[in-house]
Design a binder for this molecule. Structure first.
Ligand code: GRF
Length: 221
């Protein structure tokens, strides 16, 4: 059986990339390899992680669509993972790989998504809003910004004393579980099934409270 070839697109530290590398290494994700890591930035630490693990890697400017298409094509990529990729994929790429691109967003979509919601700003907005829970969402990428069908959400509590940085750390921690869960589903061709019934991951004691919160949130979408 041939391995499912993933491209992971990054712009920063690559801790989510590392979670996928580790999951393939320890057998949690089977029959897959990361064939290519693409970064928008030369300084991204994620590139070092790729090199250390012998993964082909390159820097492609966020506006260079022909180069991106060429790279995905020449590595025969089966699925694309946006893992801290600070750019919006152009329609040419989205349409070519429709249903085969997933993104991780550091909030519970459809809340706190869309233009301008990236990095620490997301967590500042969550704190300003005073919600009880935040988390991360992996969703299918369509031509909008953070608008594709959610596949899995990881939920963490928002604590009264949280700074945006505290919340960011707590969310990033659960992102790694959420992303591995979704990548595994992509490799196993279960994306559509998950989109019909998005999963919830939480380590919170109040499971019922979390599920109720997510149900209300999903009804908004
Ligand atoms: C994550 O919070 C991701 O959701 C966001 O950018 C961050 C990237 O972290 N879009 P890392 O590069 O995977 O460590």
């Amino acid at each position: 059986m041939s391995l499912f070839k993933l491209a992971v697109l990054i712009s920063g530290s690559g801790s989510n990339l590392q979670a996928v590398i580790d999951a393939i290494e320890n057998g949690r994700i089977k029959n897959a390899k990361i064939a290519l890591v693409i970064s928008t930035r030369q300084e991204a630490f994620g590139l070092e992680r790729a090199k250390k693990n012998g993964i082909s890697n390159m820097v492609i400017d966020r506006d260079n669509t022909p180069e991106l298409l060429k790279a995905l094509d020449s590595y025969n990529i089966d699925g694309v993972v946006l893992a801290g990729y600070l750019a919006v994929l152009p329609p040419e790429v989205v349409n070519k790989y429709i249903g085969k691109i997933i993104n991780i967003h550091p909030a519970l979509l459809p809340m706190f998504g869309g233009k301008g919601f990236y990095g620490i700003r997301v967590h500042e907005a969550v704190l300003a809003c005073g919600v009880k829970y935040s988390g991360a969402t992996v969703h299918i990428v369509d031509c909008g910004i953070d608008t594709g069908a959610p596949l899995v959400r990881g939920v963490v509590p928002v604590l009264a004393e949280d700074t945006a940085e505290d919340l960011q750390k707590r969310v990033l921690n659960i992102e790694h579980d959420v992303l591995v869960y979704a990548v595994k589903a992509m490799v196993e061709n279960r994306i559509e099934e998950m989109a019909a019934n998005p999963a919830v991951i939480t380590f919170d004691k109040d499971k019922e409270g979390v599920l109720k919160f997510i149900e209300e949130l999903s009804n908004q979408g």
